[in-house]
Structures are given as C-alpha cells and as structure tokens.
Design a protein around this ligand. Structure first.
Ligand code: SF4
Length: 325
C-alpha cells in the first residue's frame, strides 16, 4: 500500500510539508540587510533561461543554481550554463550559510549519472561543473557516484572539460581521492568557504584544516590537475584573516581562488555582516595575484562555478605561458 504512494523513483507522491532547514527553526531571526545597487539583478526572462530550465526539468536533475538560489541564474542559464548537483537534493550537513535542503537523504539514484550526462550533452556544454550535496550517510561519501557521473560525461561528451566541486568527505570511511582522481577531472574544486575562526558556526560539520589538506593532497597525488577553492566575504571575517586563508591555499599549491559576496538566504541563516565594496574585491584580487595564484576571480557575484568555462580556458593559457616562460 505504501508503495502505491510513490512514483518509480521512490519519491513520495503525497507531499508532506517539511521545513527546508529543520535545524534552523529555533535559531533567532536576524535582520535581512537591503542589497546595495551593485547587487541587484533582474528577474530571469531570456529564451535561453527557459530552454535551460526545460532541459533541467526534462532530465530530472538537480542544479545548485536553483537549490542554492544563486543570484547569477539569469545570466548563466541564458548561456545554457548550469551546475549540476548530484546525489539528490537533500544534504546531511547544516551549514549556516547554505540554502540547500537539509535532512535525511534518499537512496542514491543509480540512473542519475546517465541523466546528468545526457543533460550536459543536450546543453552542449564545453565545460561542466559537477557538485553534490554532502552525503555523510554513505560509506564512501559518494566518491564512486561522482566518478561514475564524470565517466559517463566523458563517454557522452568527450570534448567537454569536467570540473568537480566536491564535499570534504570528512565522515567517509574510505579515502575518496584515489576514486575521484582516477576519473581525471580537469579541475578539482573544494571550497574553504570562510576563515577558520568562523567555521564552528558557518560550517559546523567541517574542519578548516581537513578541507585544506584535501586540496593539498590532490596536488601531491596529481600535480597536473588544476585545484581551485573559494570563499565568501561579508560574514564578519577580518581582512587579515582573508589574507591568512590565501596564504594557506598557496601553501597547499592551489591554483585558482574565487572570492564572492555572502548573501543571506533567510532570516534563519547565518547573519550577513556587511556588503563588501567592489573596490575591496579588486584589492583582494590584486593581493591574491601577488601571492602567486594562477587565477583569481573576486567580485560581488563571483561563485565557484560562475564563468567556470571561460576561466578554465584562461587557466590553460596561463599554465602554457608559465611552462614556456
Ligand atoms: S554561478 Fe554557478 S551556481 Fe550560480 S547560476 Fe551560475 S552556474 Fe549556477
């Protein structure tokens, strides 16, 4: 009888209204600050946006663009650039900044990798970013599902470069890197998100030095793979703490740094401290280049996957110049 209430993917057909962030219900409300003019975006309405939306819906896949309420969705989807979020739409962590639904995830959908590969093909992506929810419930943290997805994209779209934006696999019982690096992603991206002092509240399930070490080990094991990491600003970090994160990332030989403005999704999320000015983002970019990053993207709208295709081409060019220079 119970099965009659589910579709063939096991989804409940009768919607039970559950909060998106049950762990945040009892948090105090914080005041949502009004966005400055440079952060306002128009509602998406281009033909490309609606075509992308249809492809995403038709393939029954999740995108972080929608799940995280990314402000760039209008401009990215107009160009048919979407970032796929695999392993379902429910995350086992409860990060203070994130708008992805939290809770107990469903079983892994074994057909999801093929649907993602088909969607990548349909969108005609030259470069794709694959990210995921945290799956602390899985023995391998989902590393094999990542590898399967990348493998199928490689088969279906051999010319497409692949960037993986991974969780930290902190609770996994297996080392994820042999599996993840075995599928030879072109870019390995893992975000530090914020400065170590704020981890307890902003990323309570994660450890700053574990994330850093993950990136460090990628370079140790596969020095040719580009590594990338990102952080948000506006959470209350101090300037010198941002510089410390840059130094730590350079010590781990990370190639590419992204810095963007934190936007507080709801009153229950980690409170926004301030809007960082465009001038300050430019200053951070200059300092980061001075510290030796091959690429830096620093602007209010920067997100790990924003312009990831153009940035990957730029990375390749810069690497070439470094090798021949
Ligand atoms: S920046 Fe990334 S997450 Fe945001 S809309 Fe663009 S592709 Fe999606």
């Amino acid at each position: 009888m119970k099965d009659d209430l589910k579709n063939n993917r096991g989804d409940d057909l009768i919607k039970v209204v559950r909060p998106r962030h049950p762990e945040k219900i009892n948090k105090p409300n914080s005041r949502l600050l009004r966005k400055p003019s440079w952060l306002k975006v128009k509602a998406p309405n281009s033909a490309g946006f609606f075509e992308t939306k249809k492809i995403v819906q038709d393939h029954d896949v999740f995108t972080v663009c929608e799940e995280a309420s990314c402000p760039n969705i209008g401009s990215c989807w107009a160009k048919k650039h979407a970032t796929f979020m695999i392993m379902g739409g429910i995350c086992t962590r409860a990060c203070g900044f994130c708008n992805v639904t939290t809770g107990k995830p469903k079983k892994l959908d074994l057909f999801e990798p093929a649907r993602v590969a088909n969607a990548v093909s349909k969108l005609g992506l030259k470069h794709v970013v694959i990210t995921s929810v945290d799956r602390d419930d899985l023995e391998d943290g989902g590393a094999n599902h990542f590898a399967k997805t990348v493998g199928l994209i490689r088969m279906k779209c051999p010319k497409t470069s692949v960037e993986i934006l991974t969780p930290d696999f902190l609770k996994s019982n297996q080392d994820p890197l042999p599996v993840l690096l075995g599928c030879l992603p072109d870019v390995f991206n893992h975000n530090l998100e914020t400065v170590p002092r704020l981890y307890q509240e902003v990323r309570p399930g994660s450890r700053y030095y574990a994330s850093l070490r993950l990136l460090d080990r990628v370079k140790e094991l596969e020095p040719k793979i580009f590594t990338k990491s990102g952080m948000m600003v506006g959470l209350g970090e101090e300037f010198k703490e941002i510089l410390q994160v840059m130094d730590d990332l350079r010590a781990a030989k990370v190639d590419f740094l992204t810095i963007g403005q934190y936007l507080q999704p709801t009153k229950k999320h980690y409170p926004l401290d301030r809007f960082v000015s465009v001038e300050e983002f430019n200053k951070l970019k200059k300092i980061a280049y001075g510290k030796g990053f091959l690429m830096v993207s620093s602007s209010p709208f920067t997100r790990s996957s924003f312009h990831a295709d153009d940035d990957y081409q730029e990375l390749l060019k810069k690497k070439q110049v470094n090798v021949s220079g």
